[in-house]
Design a protein around this ligand. Structure first.
Ligand code: C5P
Length: 222
């Protein structure tokens, strides 16, 4: 497979990162989780007591603590300057505030530039909300992954259970719907399907089935 770029967008917990990682591994491509970068800025704001409403100071944080990835045997690690923030960016306080931070045009402009740099030589599977529309409008393959809110909440609930984290299904579903609403209604690069993206509804599908469906699209396109 020559070094194409593959964009995978979709709402919260639609399984993007799980399938993107598998596809990247199988094709020998680099996986890039752009949500981790927006989460990183949100984490930095919490750590340095910067208001989520202060766009200028958020930008300063990005400049001072660049967010980068490191591929390891056991998966991808996320760093803010020297600090490993892989686990810290998954905490609920980050998840429930990231949409406010990611709505700022200047925050987006900085991170989009960094994401485009990662993909400049191709061979990248990138997941997010605006990859097909804004970050990589020329990506050879674009997938828009969706699933019902109930199923997405159910998957998150089971993941939490497996990790021993207590959660409430109704609250998880409400949080997912709230994040989707904010991400879809912001003025800069809202979550939406690119015109040339292929829609894959994963409701009721296993991970293997989703991966097979996406590989079929890739083979048809390249
Ligand atoms: O993918 P994940 O759920 O980790 O993304 C966290 C948040 O980051 C999203 O809810 C959204 O607000 C933001 N995001 C974004 N654009 C992207 C990726 C993520 O605005 N390309």
């Amino acid at each position: 497979m020559h070094k194409i770029n593959i964009a995978i967008d979709g709402p919260a917990s639609s399984g993007k990162s799980t399938v993107a990682k598998i596809i990247a591994r199988d094709f020998g491509f680099v996986y890039t989780d752009t949500g981790a970068m927006y989460r990183g800025v949100t984490y930095l704001a919490l750590k340095h007591q910067v208001s989520f409403a202060d766009e200028q100071s958020l930008v300063k944080l990005i400049e001072k603590y660049p967010i980068t990835f490191k591929q390891t045997e056991s998966g991808q690690l996320v760093f803010a300057k020297g600090e490993d923030i892989t686990d810290a960016i998954r905490q609920p306080e980050v998840t429930n505030n990231v949409s406010e931070v990611s709505a700022f045009p200047k925050v987006r402009a900085h991170l989009v530039k960094a994401q485009q740099k990662i993909a400049v030589s191709g061979g990248v599977v990138m997941d997010g909300r605006d990859i097909g529309t804004t970050v990589l409008p020329d990506a050879e393959v674009k997938i828009f992954l969706v699933a019902s809110a109930s199923e997405r909440a159910q998957r998150r609930y089971k993941e939490n259970q497996a990790k021993g984290i207590k959660s409430d299904f109704a609250t998880l579903k409400k949080e997912i719907e709230q994040r989707d609403y904010t991400d879809s209604h912001r003025s800069t690069s809202p979550l939406r399907q690119a015109e040339d993206a292929v829609l894959v509804d994963t409701t009721g599908m296993t991970i293997d089935e989703v991966v097979t469906a996406i590989k079929k699209v890739i083979k048809e396109k390249v």
